[in-house]
Design a protein around this ligand. Structure first.
Ligand SMILES: CC(C)=CCC/C(C)=C/CC/C(C)=C/CC/C(C)=C/CC/C(C)=C/CC/C(C)=C/CC/C(C)=C/COP(=O)(O)OP(=O)(O)O
Ligand SMILES: O=P(O)(O)OC[C@@H](O)CO
Ligand SMILES: [Mg+2]
Length: 228
């Protein structure tokens, strides 16, 4: 298993989006700690395999965040399995996981599996619509959700997901408090070194996604802000 606990910065690459070779090299050689491959929609076996094969030319660790059972591709260093702790649609809580275990049960190397307690905090994100995520009404509620993940479900990671929007630092701080010793990922809307540094001061690991496809130089500038 990769040791994500030492990760401070990651890039998330979406198999459903195109990235040219030069940009991919810049991302993989940027000094980031790891690449997460994942997305909410349009993730297929073929586009995931293609992206993984291209990332594999570089030494950077690569993990697959599984969002579709049709796109489980062998060859990643580890597999992140999200459990959406504020899913409003019960079908998203365990149904895909049961299907996954029925389909892949005997092929699973459990040492390569990392579970994430996913707290979806941006109601406008695609994943919020998909899972009918319950809105987070207060910092006390955010902290309680993080505690559900870590103290009740004993998950090793809390992932505060603001995908597409920069988060509310008071909510992220409340999750930090609730997560206690568990590892805290923050992702969403990071576009500047200042934002990267601000969220990295609260979370253990920050995740930078969409800006890669909109402003590559801005994306790259987030690495030094966290690791420089
Ligand atoms: C042969 C081999 C390699 C075997 C491996 C075995 C293995 C690992 C098997 C898996 C077993 C298993 C338990 C599988 C469960 C799979 C599954 C489908 C779980 C459901 C996960 C889930 C709740 C998904 C919902 C969506 C979600 C949380 C996605 C996370 C990623 C995310 C939010 C990305 C951001 O998306 P993006 O597209 O960037 O969004 P924006 O539009 O906002 O930018
Ligand atoms: O794409 P952005 O908004 O940077 O969010 C990163 C990541 O948390 C998405 O799952
Ligand atoms: Mg995205």
């Amino acid at each position: 298993m990769i040791d994500y606990r030492g990760w401070r910065h990651t890039f998330k690459l979406d198999p459903d989006k195109s990235i040219d070779e030069e940009a991919l090299e810049a991302i993989c050689e940027s000094g980031t700690d790891g690449i997460i491959v994942g997305g909410t929609y349009g993730v297929t076996f073929d586009n995931t395999l293609e992206l993984m094969s291209r990332i594999r030319r570089y030494a950077v660790p690569a993990v697959l965040e599984i969002s579709s059972l049709d796109a489980v591709v062998p060859g990643f260093d580890s597999y992140l399995i999200p459990l959406v702790i504020n899913a409003g649609d019960p079908e998203w809580i365990f149904t895909p996981h049961v299907s996954g275990l029925k389909t892949y049960g005997s092929y699973i190397h459990w040492d390569d599996i990392i579970t994430e307690g996913y707290l979806i905090a941006n109601p406008d994100a695609g994943v919020a619509h998909l899972t009918k995520a319950r809105s987070i009404e207060s910092t006390a509620e955010a902290k309680a959700y993080a505690q559900v993940a870590t103290k009740i479900c004993r998950l090793p990671i809390v992932y505060v997901e603001y995908s597409g929007a920069y988060g509310d630092t008071s909510i992220v701080r409340a999750c930090r408090a609730g997560a206690d010793e568990a590892h805290l990922f923050y992702g969403g809307g990071i576009r500047t070194p200042e934002q990267a540094a601000e969220m990295a001061a609260i979370a253990d690991t920050i995740v930078v996604g969409n800006v890669i496809y909109e402003d590559l130089q801005a994306a790259l500038s987030t690495v030094a802000a966290v690791k420089g």
